[in-house]
Design a protein around this ligand. Sequence first.
Ligand SMILES: [Zn+2]
Ligand SMILES: [Zn+2]
Length: 400
Amino acid sequence: MANLVDEARDLQEEIVAHRRYIHQHAELSMDLPMTTAYVTEQLKKMGYEPQSICQSGIVATAGRKRPGKVILLRADMDALPITEDTEEPFKSTNGAMHACGHDLHTAMLLGAAKLLKEHEQEIEGTVKLMFQPAEETLLGAKTMVEAGVLENPTVDMTMMIHVATGMPIPAGLILTPGSGSFSATSDWFGIKIQGKGGHGAMPEMAVDPLIAASNIHLGLQSILSREMAAADSVVVTIGKYAGGQTANIIPDCAEMEGTIRTFDNAHRDFVKKRMNEIVEGIATAYRCTAEVTFGNGCPSVLVPKEGSVDFAQIMEGLFGASSLVSMEDIMPGGKLMGSEDFAFITEKVPGIMSVLTAGDAREGYVYPQHHPKAIFTEDVLYRGAAAYAGFALEWLQKQS
Ligand SMILES: [Zn+2]
Ligand SMILES: [Zn+2]
């Protein structure tokens, strides 16, 4: 299997070209016409019959020559609404930017698609390639699951890779996940506080929603400090806090928006329940009314024990033990507080989430993902392609 890494290295230039095209044509959420046209054309050139199963969702299969299980490899293709501020010669100039590295994922999976075609006779079962839209808006994986990506043929195992930059870690390492929750659950919320506007000089005639908002902001923090165990990892962040127009007017209403992160659906439900109670109680105490609304969120990515052991063994066989890193090496506390909509897949089918390091902060890759100056090293692209293809081939062989 070490040969597969050499074969992938031979495709490096091609994978870089894929990455640069996709990077330069960054597109958002569910609307990826240029990206999907490119991916479809490349897959057809390799001999695949790609299917569009929903808006901007592409599936192609390799293998099916021999009986066996079905493994799904997933790449996301969407960018972020950020104006790129890098010096890359292939930078995007359309107001959207691949600042999370999904362009690398798509290019790596195209590289893997080529390797799998070349090894198609050896595939002991079926490999399904999933190119999804809208990871950043948490809509893509869910939409593709609803469109049947896990059926016909029914998927037994899944795997994805996310690149990482901006940390003081050498590039080209592969994270071997432990079992259990890999990423946090994610929920968005909005709070509307209704008071009664009035003259700033006569507060007794008004009901000030900003007083209620201030106390609600502080009150919500007590859920974490007083109601959750210290070892539980929960975040409640208010990222937007708005109300009022000018100095001498008491506003009519105030608004807050924020996000909740947990690693457990029970915590997720508990935080939401307590938020409702605290917001309503504090608003009432200050003579206001308030409403909390929750937006579409996603669960945790769950990695099964057996799959994580298989993944580590296969990656060690491909790249050697010195190329592997653990979660503790990459994330403070060994947990990813970010979320991944791949969780909608691991809710149904066992799956592996891995990380490929793609930019060492000590070597100039100082900006984190989602930053307008974030850059990634392309040197690692062939490794991602080999990891995708190698895991699929070997996992299927282990099952047969
Ligand atoms: Zn992202
Ligand atoms: Zn991402």
